[in-house]
Design a protein around this ligand. Structure first.
Ligand code: FAD
Length: 320
């Protein structure tokens, strides 16, 4: 059976959820061969095998940690040459997209970014993307070279599919550009204990209606009752009420959770661009005419300062 390369996003051997989702999609197209790089690469093998990787190609070298993406592109290209896959799948993170784009240029292939679904087609994998602030979906196929496809988090379920997951060392020769951009420092972000925004299954976002940084605890408490990440509209971010790292939308992050709760957010096109592919959308807004109500599955017309604490209390009570 044809093999599909899956680039593994992991932190010291802990595989991140979007990679497991990629394995689900990869199995629709062929047999997944995972590529895990850097410290802890070999430790990823067990979980990758549980989710369908027939093989795990690993490499570790100081270059992966000390320099930006080029060493990883060198390694992925080496894996590509070793495997001759029918497709290369990469998580749609900022780094993933850069790696995918550089690989596509090097191997002379077409690329599809930010896919939200993938299926096998007669002439190669067919990817679905959301377009025009997710008002449309498009299906595309790469017609030149081996498809390189990046996939957004939460686009597929994580499925157990035990496979061999045999670990093989990948021989990598770094090119002259590999050490071109050095990492000078790394500062871990203070942990909130909440899931990463782009990977969270549930996101609760606050907008201008929250009316001040001091009120964002209401959004955080609702989020925590659901095990959700916190998002914010640009209006809330520009006002300095919440960090830009939490902004959802065209100039913020793009999220696609199972459940998105928009509180005090009007639903501007630029906000929709970042959340419209969410599976279920709920809005709490005191203005029944707010455009956000055009795209919701469930809407609550009401004052968030009354509705949100009630909702949080009810969720906590039901959880016992
Ligand atoms: P508003 O539009 O002011 O809406 C506030 C809502 O809160 C209203 O609907 C109001 O009825 C409701 N409300 C008020 N009080 C309460 C209450 N007590 N209870 C319940 N509801 C209440 N925006 C983004 O979000 N993300 C982006 O990435 C982004 N990128 C942009 C890029 C460009 C180039 C441009 C031009 C704009 C961008 N914007 C972005 C801005 C966007 O156009 C909107 O201005 C912004 O999304 C509005 O944020 P908001 O919905 O929080 O505020």
């Amino acid at each position: 059976m044809a093999e599909v390369l899956v680039y593994v996003d992991h932190v010291d051997g802990a595989v991140r959820k979007p990679t497991l989702e990629l394995l689900t999609l990869a199995r629709r197209v062929g047999e997944p061969v995972a590529v895990a790089l850097g410290a802890g690469a070999e430790a990823t093998a067990a979980v990758l095998a549980e989710h369908g990787a027939v093989k795990v190609l690993t490499a570790d070298a100081p270059e992966f940690a000390d320099y930006l993406v080029v060493p990883k592109v060198d390694a992925l290209q080496a894996a590509y040459a070793a495997v001759s896959p029918v497709a290369v799948l990469v998580p749609s993170s900022a780094e993933g997209k850069e790696i995918a784009a550089r690989l596509a240029v090097r191997i002379g292939s077409g690329i599809i970014t930010d896919a939200i679904d993938l299926e096998a087609g007669d002439e190669g994998p067919v990817a679905t993307q959301a377009a025009f602030a997710a008002s449309f979906t498009t299906k595309s196929r790469v017609s030149k070279g081996t498809p390189v496809i990046t996939v957004k988090p939460n686009s597929a379920p994580v499925e157990a599919a035990p496979a061999a997951g045999a670990v093989e060392a990948l021989a990598v020769t770094f090119g002259a550009l590999a050490t071109g951009t050095k990492v000078v420092s790394r500062t871990p972000r203070e942990s909130t204990g909440r899931p990463e925004l782009t990977e969270a299954a549930i996101v609760v976002s606050g907008g201008r209606g929250v009316n001040g940084a001091e009120n964002f605890h209401l959004i955080e408490e609702l989020a925590d009752s659901l095990g959700a990440a916190v998002g914010a509209s640009r209006a809330a971010v520009d006002a300095g009420w919440y960090p830009h790292t939490n902004q959802v939308g065209q100039t913020g992050k793009s999220v696609s959770p199972q459940l998105y709760i928009a509180t005090g957010i009007s639903g501007a096109i630029q906000h929709r661009a970042g959340m419209q592919t969410s599976k279920t959308i709920v809005a709490i807004n005191k203005d029944a005419e707010a455009p956000i109500f055009d795209l919701v599955d469930y809407g609550v017309v009401g004052d968030l300062f009354e509705v949100v604490p009630q909702l949080t209390g009810e969720i906590k009570a039901r959880k016992g």
